[in-house]
Design a protein around this ligand. Structure first.
Ligand SMILES: NC(=O)c1ccc[n+]([C@@H]2O[C@H](COP(=O)([O-])OP(=O)(O)OC[C@H]3O[C@@H](n4cnc5c(N)ncnc54)[C@H](OP(=O)(O)O)[C@@H]3O)[C@@H](O)[C@H]2O)c1
Length: 322
């Protein structure tokens, strides 16, 4: 079958290990389903994989991609949940120490077909296109859990979203607005700040600029470049929810003094459960909120999408179609 896969790693030149071509058809073990992929979306995770983060050398070649929407064996329209937990695990899949994301241990979604455990598919409502549905399993699910589960935010609360243009960040802004939050966002880029306002942010500022008020929570996916500003933007007792470190995980200053003196909470968040994915799908179905899509490309042109993400000039999600 056709597939987009990693054949080697390079920390400095991730696209050098990207291959587009043929891979063997997958075989579904008992209780797994084969999904015919109609659309898949790109995540920063796929670039990390090509840099050799989270993927072992002996797993190569590995088909990339965590997210997909497509057709199951009955022809039903489904969204794929990317968190594969151990068959013996029950409860919150993201807490299973043996969990993996599609494309880490099991072949990913940038292909004609992907196989996943039967419980890893969620029905796709007709109101969502395959392209829109393919944006949900990683970036949008991560945003949903950050805001409403790990962040515990309620209508009327205030939130800062760092790095407005990212896949997770655009989801945080749109979902935060839909959830009745007062949404602030930062971006280094003026055009992205304008788009963040159109997307639902109440106010935007340049990265690092002081906010007009302190916020209840900050959603962090940027890491080193924005950490201090995030901590300094919180009200006493506020919460920083971190799920990524695009600019690097090593902090110049962890701001420990502020964290204990202002009694701040630092909360980690990763992906989301199957039930949270089902709730997110429902939220989009009833609210009309839709993922922001930067560009849709045929999967054969995946390299262009990877290059755009590596260059950082993206607002929202990059989607590949079959
Ligand atoms: N833990 C999880 O489950 C999980 C799930 C999904 C994603 N993640 C992680 O979350 C991060 C974001 O993922 P994504 O797919 O949304 O990536 P993305 O689309 O590539 O996000 C890039 C955004 O990060 C901001 N950024 C990058 N470098 C920056 C810098 N030096 N200073 C300030 N802002 C910077 C940019 O914002 P502006 O250009 O607007 O300033 C950019 O729009 C990644 O590190 C990813 O691995 C984790």
């Amino acid at each position: 079958m056709f597939a987009v896969y990693a054949e080697s790693f390079s920390p400095d030149d991730p696209l050098s290990g990207l291959a587009v071509g043929e891979r063997p058809d997958p075989e579904a073990p008992d209780d797994w389903v084969t999904v015919q992929v109609k659309a898949a979306s790109l995540n920063h995770h796929d670039l990390w994989s090509l840099r050799g983060v989270g993927l072992r050398e002996d797993s190569l070649p590995m088909i990339l991609g965590c997210d997909a929407a497509g057709l199951d064996e009955n022809g039903d329209e489904v969204v794929v949940h990317a968190v594969i937990s151990d068959p013996a695990w029950s409860g919150d899949e993201t807490l299973d120490p043996r969990r993996s994301l599609l494309s880490e241990k099991h072949q990913g979604t940038f292909a004609d077909q992907v196989v996943v455990p039967r419980r890893n598919v969620v029905a796709k409502p007709a109101s969502l296109s395959f392209e829109e549905a393919a944006c949900l399993p990683t970036a949008w699910l991560t945003a949903y859990r950050m805001l409403f589960t790990r962040g515990g935010l309620k209508p009327g609360d205030s939130v800062l979203v760092q790095g407005a243009g990212g896949g997770v960040a655009t989801a945080l802004i749109a979902l935060g607005r839909a959830g009745g939050l007062r949404v602030f966002a930062t971006s280094r880029d003026d055009a992205k700040r304008k788009r963040a306002l159109e997307l639902g942010a109440h106010e935007v500022v340049e990265s690092g600029e002081r906010l007009p008020q302190k916020v209840d929570a900050v959603m962090e996916t940027v890491g080193r470049a924005t950490w201090s500003h995030s901590i300094r933007s919180l009200r006493p007792g506020g919460t920083i929810v971190t799920s990524g470190a695009t600019s690097g995980p090593k902090l110049d200053d962890a701001e420990l003094t502020r964290i204990f003196f202002l009694q701040l909470s630092v909360v980690g968040s990763t992906m989301g459960t199957r039930d949270e994915l089902a709730s997110l799908v429902e939220l989009l179905d009833v609210s009309g909120v839709r993922p922001v899509i930067d560009q849709v490309l045929p999967m054969e042109q995946a390299r262009d999408g990877f290059a755009a993400m590596a260059g950082g000039d993206v607002f929202g999600k990059i989607v590949f179609t079959r």
